[in-house]
Ligand binder design. Structure first.
Ligand code: CA
Length: 220
């Protein structure tokens, strides 16, 4: 399986992602199945999944939203970390991709925690805001079409409570295949949004160079 790491050598990435992770078997199998399908490279790395799980537990998140579910690996990581009465709203437009995830969510016993919304994510966010969802979410993960990242960021920030956390993938890249060693972040489509977040008085943020680069944003 290929590793997506911006800073680590292959051997270090392998050590971090495989040898040092206590990854549940169901997660491992979902990751393996996804790696074998077209666009499988869009999947987050296992250390990114572990970080999502840890963050959810660290902030005691109960209510989470995910923008871009793909085949459900990140949703599985988040849902397994949520308490029994926790809820994850998972946003995607692909019935085909999310159907893979559903199988593993059921097997892992977390299907009841995941509310999959098959619709454009901005519509779902808009609906949640209209239903009084502003300030009620603890955690958000954004990993979808990069052109809309700024809009996702703004929408999700409204949904978060103060102290809530956003993790955003691929902030050093411009697409799913941008994780190369000679990549120049300053030329990234993400650069303008990264600068905006750096100077955004509403949040505390930093880029963790895990996997393809996570922007971690805490709402003030
Ligand atoms: Ca991604």
């Amino acid at each position: 399986m290929a590793f997506k790491s911006l800073v680590a050598s292959d051997s270090v990435a392998r050590y971090v992602n495989e040898e040092m992770l206590r990854e549940p078997d169901v997660q491992k199998r979902l990751r393996a199945e996804t790696a074998g399908i077209p666009h499988g490279g869009m999947q987050i790395s296992s250390d990114q999944g572990a970080l999502l799980s840890l963050l959810v537990k660290l902030i005691g998140a109960k209510k989470a939203i995910e923008i871009g579910t793909f085949t459900g690996y990140s949703a599985l990581c988040v849902a397994l970390a949520l308490p029994a009465d926790g809820k994850l709203i998972a946003c995607d437009i692909s019935e085909e991709w999310t159907a893979i995830g559903r199988r593993y969510w059921r097997e892992a016993g977390v299907a009841g925690k995941i509310d999959l919304r098959l619709a454009p994510a901005l519509k779902t966010v808009e609906t949640l805001l209209l239903q009084g969802g502003a300030g009620t979410f603890d955690f958000a993960f954004i990993d979808a079409d990069k052109e809309a990242y700024d809009a996702y960021y703004e929408g999700v920030l409204k949904l978060l409570r103060p102290g809530g956390l956003i993790a955003m993938d691929n902030v050093l890249g411009s697409g799913p295949n941008s994780e190369s060693a000679d990549y120049d972040p300053a030329t990234s489509k993400m650069h303008a949004l990264n600068l905006k977040i750096r100077d955004d008085a509403r949040v505390d943020a930093m880029i963790a160079t895990v996997g393809a680069g996570f922007m971690l944003v805490r709402k003030r």
